[in-house]
Design a protein around this ligand. Structure first.
Ligand code: CTP
Ligand code: MG
Length: 240
């Protein structure tokens, strides 16, 4: 019997959580680092569990931590845990391969985006339900962007008005994500990139500043600050 949240839900969420967190500095794998006393992964999974249409959560954990992650998440939500791979893409592929039949909408959501509002997760799923092959949350780029040479000489200034910073969750029609991963050769940092390579359209929807990825120590400090200011953030439900 497979662990499920809402048995009538049409969404499976894959949670790549197998990264080391090198940019965060020495310590445990990033998904297990503490934020306000709880691992990042607990915050992320709790947020996902508040989305009513989610039927299955499939976590790709560091291979050495699979049992520990199962235990950690058991009180949070019904989840399944598989060992991740050496690259994010391999972790997503491992989770995707383990999703039982049923959910036709697949979301891929970084454990490192621990403060993502459930509302954003719901919006991405809704965009796919409404017919998008793929839907991704994006924000405008606020800094001026320059392209540089290998020795840090500026080649040109990029027109930022048409650039978008991309977040997760990224949502897909199941058949589209499966085909994209089957066709993948070089590892990419996101799943929508694989879908672009297939030539399928990828729809942008408005992202959320709270969905920032905890990557460097500054990001972890920011997340701590945000939770201290608004402790309900991590447990905020769709209606609040
Ligand atoms: N991830 C994964 N498997 C990998 C690498 C990354 O599941 N082999 C996951 C991370 O756990 C994270 C998400 O993909 O939730 C985004 O990756 P990133 O922010 O780069 O995390 P890390 O790879 O852990 O960080 P770093 O690159 O600094 O080591
Ligand atoms: Mg990484």
């Amino acid at each position: 019997m497979t662990a499920q949240l809402n048995p009538r839900g049409d969404v499976a969420v894959l949670v790549p959580a197998a990264g080391a967190g090198v940019r965060l500095g020495p310590g445990r794998p990033k998904a297990l680092r503490l934020l306000a006393g709880e691992p990042l992964l607990v915050h992320a999974v709790r947020g996902i569990s508040f989305v009513p249409s989610v039927r299955t959560i499939m976590v790709a954990a560091p291979a050495a931590e699979v049992d520990a992650v199962r235990e950690l998440l058991a009180p949070v939500a019904p989840v399944q845990v598989v060992p991740g791979g050496a690259e994010r893409q391999a972790s997503v592929a491992a989770a995707l391969a383990a999703v039982p039949t049923g959910p036709e909408i697949i979301l891929v959501h970084d454990a490192a985006r621990a403060l993502t509002p459930p509302m954003l997760i719901d919006s991405v799923a809704a965009a796919v339900r409404a017919g998008a092959a793929a839907a991704i949350p994006v924000l405008p780029v606020v800094d001026t962007v320059k392209e540089v040479t290998g020795d840090e000489l500026v080649l040109r200034t990029v027109d930022r008005s048409r650039l978008r910073a991309v977040q997760t969750p990224q949502g897909f029609r199941r058949s589209v994500l499966t085909a994209a991963h089957a066709a993948a050769d070089d590892p990419l940092t996101d799943d929508a990139g694989l879908v672009e390579q297939l030539g399928e359209p990828v729809t942008c929807i408005p992202g959320s500043e709270y969905a920032f990825k905890i990557t460097r120590p500054f990001d972890l400090a920011l997340a701590e600050h945000l939770l201290a200011e608004s402790p309900g953030q991590a447990t905020r439900t769709l209606s609040s």
